[in-house]
Design a protein around this ligand. Structure first.
Ligand code: SF4
Length: 168
């Protein structure tokens, strides 16, 4: 008997690989910032798919300084994000066509590439999606998949939001 879970979630690369984040911004321990998400997803028997890290792939180097969205918002970086987002969107569409369920896509708030709702810039908080996430959303919006922004400073709020989606 084939007993596989047919549920999938797409997660940012750095959700389970903190070392992919820019230098100096990993403020929370693995145990407190990663494990609760993984435990929850495993409890719900969800297949995890890591989306590419747009920034690390673009820089071709894991050691990079943090940069704001204004600096990333170039033609080249947008084209790079579009290429990656198209590939992820294709994978999502393939799963849906195979009658698998994509329960959610996770982003990381305040990331120039992967935020879902907001980012802080030198002009204050800006409500918007990140450069990669926006392109992914444009590509799959007709599928109506929930997109949840993880706020690493407020893990419990993010966990509750995720749990609510998983319970649906
Ligand atoms: S670009 Fe996305 S995956 Fe890469 S470190 Fe930033 S938030 Fe994480």
């Amino acid at each position: 008997m084939d007993n596989r879970s047919k549920k999938f979630i797409f997660i940012p690369f750095c959700l389970i690989a903190q070392a992919y984040q820019a230098q100096g911004i990993v403020k929370y321990e693995w145990k407190s910032s990663i494990r609760p998400f993984i435990d929850l997803l495993l409890d719900y028997n969800i297949n995890l798919i890591q989306m590419p890290c747009a920034e690390a792939e673009y820089n071709n180097n894991l050691i990079r300084e943090p940069k704001g969205i204004a600096k990333y918002n170039t033609i080249e970086f947008n084209e790079h994000c579009e290429f990656l987002a198209n590939k992820v969107a294709e994978q999502i569409k393939d799963l849906v066509e195979s009658n698998y369920e994509v329960v959610a896509i996770l982003g990381i708030e305040q990331s120039p590439s992967c935020c879902v709702n907001y980012i802080y810039t030198n002009k204050g908080m800006e409500k918007r999606m990140g450069l990669f996430m926006q392109k992914l959303y444009e590509n799959i919006k007709e599928l109506d998949i929930p997109i949840i922004g993880i706020n690493r400073k407020h893990i419990n709020k993010s966990l509750k939001e995720l749990e609510k989606v998983l319970d649906n």
